[in-house]
Design a protein around this ligand. Structure first.
Ligand code: PMP
Length: 301
């Protein structure tokens, strides 16, 4: 079992810095019983000039706030203070590169009424690329993404992640690395914790917002496509179309940019090494590390 903390780890909870081993929560909490909580996943990097920077901290905390508002959790927090708390947690734990996890959760309440109070926790741990560095063998899941008419799917609500757990588990049990989930209409949506892009004939495609979590990494990849002059289109597409792609990749804060080996056992037309996916993977890494990215130094066939 991976250890997320030890006896020296410090976390932030409701304005205080505490030892992780001394921090407690109430077992009657509404979040624990009903999955009524909101979280974020953020990364800090040691950038090219040696300083530690939290990548797109503002965007992550804007989404944190919006996620809470969408499900009617009060948000009495100041996002600048929460960002400062993230830096302080990194510093107190001597961390330079880390995954940061803010969590908004609610006090005891066994009713199904919206919370009248919200607590906040920020912890961090060292975490390598979530899906590893190897190309992924992906399986089309038998689970769909949640119906957007049944939930605020743009909210990064904890309870929604049971769907992700079911899909990941199914993929692992069938010998795959990761799952691909479709939307309720059968179009490709996203992974359990990542957005998807594919390359076809020199162009990049990705599903539009509506049935996905609009990821911050997704937005960064779109920015990079614009900057690098790579044509990009948001559109709905099927698994059959995806199987004709030149290359496919997932992206997310935890996973960063990770290429696919195959979908349901079928490979793609281009080797990853010469794909636009690989180019965008390198451009993304340069962006988070605040390094210059020289497209000419990358060979893309
Ligand atoms: N989709 C889902 C379902 C996710 O959980 C995540 C991870 N937060 C993403 C996409 C990617 O989002 P981001 O790039 O903001 O991490």
């Amino acid at each position: 079992m991976y250890s997320y903390y030890n006896e020296n780890t410090i976390l932030y909870v409701n304005g205080e810095y505490k030892k992780a081993t001394a921090a407690t929560t109430d077992l009657y909490g509404q979040s624990l019983h009903y999955g009524y909580a909101v979280f974020e996943g953020i990364r800090a990097y040691k950038t090219a000039d040696g300083t530690v920077k939290i990548f797109k901290a503002k965007e992550h905390f804007d989404r944190f706030k919006r996620s809470c508002e969408l499900i009617h959790m009060p948000y009495p927090f100041d996002n600048d203070e929460l960002v400062a708390a993230c830096y302080k947690v990194l510093e107190m734990n001597n961390m330079e590169e880390a995954y940061i996890r803010p969590l908004a959760f609610c006090p005891p309440n066994m009713t199904l009424k919206a919370a009248s109070e919200t607590h906040v926790l920020i912890c961090a741990w060292e975490w390598g690329a979530y899906l590893g560095e190897k190309l992924l063998r992906v399986m089309t899941s038998s689970y769909q993404r949640p119906n957007p008419k049944a939930f605020k799917i743009e909210s990064k609500t904890a309870g929604l992640y049971v769907n992700s757990i079911l899909a990941s588990q199914e993929a692992k049990e069938n010998g795959y690395d990761e799952a691909l989930l479709l939307d309720i209409n059968g179009f490709v949506a996203e992974g359990p914790g990542a957005n998807l892009f594919f390359e076809k004939d020199g162009k990049i495609f990705t599903p539009p917002p509506g049935n996905i979590l609009p990821g911050i990494t997704r937005a960064t990849v779109i920015e990079l496509c614009h900057e690098l002059g790579i044509p990009l289109e948001e559109k709905l597409f099927t698994v059959e179309e995806l199987k004709t792609a030149d290359c496919v990749f997932y992206c997310g804060t935890a996973a960063e940019v990770v290429g696919w080996d195959s979908l349901d056992g079928q490979g793609f037309a281009k080797p990853w090494a010469s794909s636009l996916g690989k180019l965008l993977q390198q451009a993304y890494k340069a962006r988070v590390l605040e390094k210059e990215f020289d497209r000419a130094a990358v060979t893309v066939a």
